[in-house]
Design a protein. Structure first.
Length: 290
């Protein structure tokens, strides 16, 4: 493009360029709060699906955080792309075709794996398989942890000891979501002696109702924990399993409280459970495990 023609065009469209440029800068700067408002408004329509579950706000927050991060990144990339095309339009567009050709050639050389990663990333977010903040378990390679970020190309997971794992979305063949909308707080009581089973079951039912009625846990408990089944006996005695429906992020907190109260209630009633003895250890004493 002739430079004199560029200068002439700039003189006639300078105000328009300033307005467009300022608009792009403002949108880029306020992209995150703008996306947050739009995402929350759109997800608000689905809030009724979780009404009464006790976990609607938690679930919406996870979905909102995941979609906001992705949408903000895409919006900012789009703004930068528009700015580049505007500049390219002023200096001649031949080099744009060259860059696009190199980009497509790069994709072809990279093969189908990258395309698969992005396709799976879209499906993960659209289908809602998991969101930022969910606790998941990957069937292969067997990672367990909390999702820190979900992108179009990869998913980042942090396990219990703080180790961060990053995996291409195309490799996520089987994923178990342990905190999707609600979870089960399960407690297994082992080593129940012969003749104590009915008494232990009664105490389990009572403790489940007490925890559900406690104001500290009422907002987390969707369905009070109660006896689900009596498993086959082992060398220690009978095994009773109780389970309740709780908020997605409260499964361990509620289960822990039930175990603590069960231990206290059984001790109060004078009921002892058979324990597996631990061999003499370094400390010169014997112990038991649950």
């Amino acid at each position: 493009m002739d430079m004199s023609a560029v200068q002439q065009w700039l003189q006639h469209n300078l105000l328009l360029l300033i307005v467009v440029g300022a608009g792009l800068v403002v949108v880029y700067h306020y992209s995150r709060p703008l996306v947050h408002k739009l995402v929350r408004r759109s997800l608000g329509a689905s809030e009724s699906d979780f009404t009464g579950s006790g976990v609607d706000e938690v679930e919406l927050e996870k979905r909102s955080a995941t979609i906001e991060t992705l949408a903000t990144s895409l919006l900012r990339v789009s703004i930068i792309s528009v700015a580049i095309f505007i500049v390219a339009g002023l200096t001649g567009g031949g080099w744009i075709l060259l860059l696009m050709g190199l980009f497509l050639a790069g994709i072809a050389i990279a093969g189908q794996s990258i395309v698969l990663d992005y396709l799976m990333g879209i499906l993960i977010i659209v289908e809602g398989q998991f969101f930022q903040g969910d606790n998941i378990e990957l069937g292969s390679p067997g990672w367990k942890g909390t999702v820190e970020s979900v992108g179009l190309r990869r998913t980042v997971v942090r396990d219990m000891d703080g180790t961060v794992y990053s995996m291409s979305n195309g490799e996520l063949r089987m994923v178990a979501n342990r905190t999707r909308i609600y979870a089960a707080a399960e407690v297994r009581v082992k080593g129940i002696r012969q003749g104590d089973l009915r008494r232990v079951i009664a105490i389990m039912e009572q403790v489940g109702q007490e925890v559900a009625a406690d104001p500290e846990f009422a907002d987390a408990v969707i369905e009070a924990s109660s006896l689900r089944f009596v498993d086959e006996s082992d060398e220690l005695g009978s095994i009773a399993v109780m389970r309740g429906k709780v908020g997605a992020g409260s499964r361990w907190r509620v289960a822990t409280e039930i175990r603590v109260r069960l231990d206290e209630a059984l001790a109060t009633e004078g009921i002892e459970l058979n324990r597996r003895a631990i061999p003499q250890g370094l400390f010169g004493r014997r112990g038991a495990d649950g």
